[in-house]
Design a protein around this ligand. Structure first.
Ligand code: 13P
Ligand code: SF4
Length: 414
């Protein structure tokens, strides 16, 4: 087997670039603006090789001034992050979007479901713009509303729907968030999944009672949180596969389960393996392994720390100088952490590349194009959620923002 690049570097090296691999999601294949697969961007984009691109970006950003607010998810490219007014994980960005009622344009440098959430949390006079409509999420694409409605009927037939609270990860369509709101559930993100699950179980009669949670669409975040944070067992969890009749589960399995996990996963975090953890521990004695909770259960249990992107950043900010870290999350963020922490030895957990191909769709040409169009008075790539879905999705998002024990939110918009 060929040696990975990082394997040949001295332990004190700050970072080693993994080998590139193919795209993970077929992009721009659909025509539905509400689909995570997105539609092709038909704009007259500047060439990526344009030497004036950075200057054009600065000019357009300055021309928009306070009329625009640019949000950048931690997985975005460096050149995009450089233009963001605020960076954050999906939870922080949802709160920041909700707290900017004065911005006419909210330019969302992230993926489709995040921009949808921003549209729901902002008022009608604000336009949320996603610079490339092909920036979807393969995980969110693993659950559609028709499948979720069908799953709920399966739960009803098994006699458990009334005792089940739906909890949907932020990485889901607005229609699924709306379903969750209609059925008394909540949205969660990786930084508040524990609080959201506690709330949901309390609502259904406590973790030791009869209540259940239907967790969509990331089985790994649901399982990791239920088992590692709430003390449920792996036997309390079942996986509902939307491609199988009745989800592949018997009524008795549904009645016995506490956590009904949707069969979905992140194609980026799902690549990290136990072998990666074993290999890095052998190569870098004393390394601290820090992973995102979208990783598989076996990876999370073998790691030393687990947390959302915001948590990962905080842990490295507070790390002992000279300590070694192997990070299991998206590569743009890990590269940036390595660059901003020369006092640490930062390694990438996988030996091959793990960019999120859809996050990477947002690049300087798309951002410059979107901003220049706004300066010229044309709103492009606007994300607008259907009003009925927006109403009920807001109920579920507001429930998340009001979960007990979270930091007080910035001022929200009515
Ligand atoms: P965060 O909630 O940590 O921002 O993660 C979002 C995401 O898409 C991770 O893959
Ligand atoms: Fe979706 Fe995974 Fe990309 Fe996050 S990293 S946006 S979950 S595909």
């Amino acid at each position: 087997m060929p040696r990975a690049l990082w394997e040949d570097l001295p332990v004190t090296s700050t970072f080693a670039e993994p080998r590139p691999s193919g795209a993970l999601l077929l992009l721009g294949q659909g025509s539905d603006l509400a689909s995570e697969r997105g539609v092709e961007c038909t704009g007259a984009l500047p060439a990526a090789s344009d030497p004036d691109l950075l200057e054009r970006a600065r000019v357009a950003r300055a021309a928009l001034g306070d009329r625009a607010f640019v949000l950048g998810h931690h997985y975005q490219r460096d050149e995009v992050i450089a233009l963001a007014d605020v960076t954050g994980d999906s939870f922080k960005l949802a709160r920041e979007a909700a707290a900017r009622p004065e911005a006419e344009f909210v330019i969302f440098c992230g993926v489709h479901f995040m921009a949808e959430s921003a549209d729901i949390l902002t008022h009608d006079g604000q336009a949320v713009v996603l610079p490339d409509l092909q920036a979807g999420c393969s995980m969110a694409d693993m659950a559609d509303i028709a499948q979720v409605e069908e799953a709920w009927e399966v739960l009803a037939d098994a006699g458990v729907a009334e005792r089940t609270v739906p909890v949907t990860y932020m990485n889901s369509t607005a229609a699924i968030k709306a379903f969750t709101g209609r059925h008394g559930g909540t949205v969660c993100t990786s930084s508040n999944a524990q609080v959201a699950l506690r709330w949901a179980f309390d609502k259904t009669g406590g973790r030791d009672g009869e209540g259940k949670v239907l967790f969509m669409p990331d089985q790994h975040l649901g399982r990791n949180t239920a088992v590692l944070e709430l003390g449920l067992s792996l036997d309390d969890c079942v996986v509902y596969d939307p491609r199988k009749p009745d989800g592949g589960l018997s009524p008795q399995q549904l009645r016995d389960a506490r956590m009904i996990l949707w069969r979905g996963h992140c194609s980026v975090h799902g690549r990290f393996s136990l072998d990666n953890v074993t290999a890095i521990r052998e190569r870098v004695p004393g390394v601290n392994v820090l992973v995102h909770p979208e990783c598989k259960h076996e990876v999370v249990t073998a790691a030393d720390h687990v947390g959302s992107t915001e948590h990962i950043i905080r842990v490295l900010d507070a790390a002992e100088p000279g300590s070694a870290w192997a990070i299991g999350t998206e590569l743009n963020l890990v590269r940036r952490l390595a660059a901003t922490h020369p006092e640490l030895s930062v390694h990438y957990l996988d030996s091959t590349v793990c960019f999120c191909s859809t996050m990477n769709r947002i690049d300087l040409p798309h951002l410059v194009w979107a901003m220049e169009e706004l300066v010229a008075g044309r709103v492009v790539n606007r994300i607008e959620v259907d009003p009925d879905d927006a109403h009920w999705a807001r109920v579920a998002l507001d429930q998340m923002l009001a979960l007990p024990g979270l930091d007080p939110a910035p001022t929200t918009v009515d």
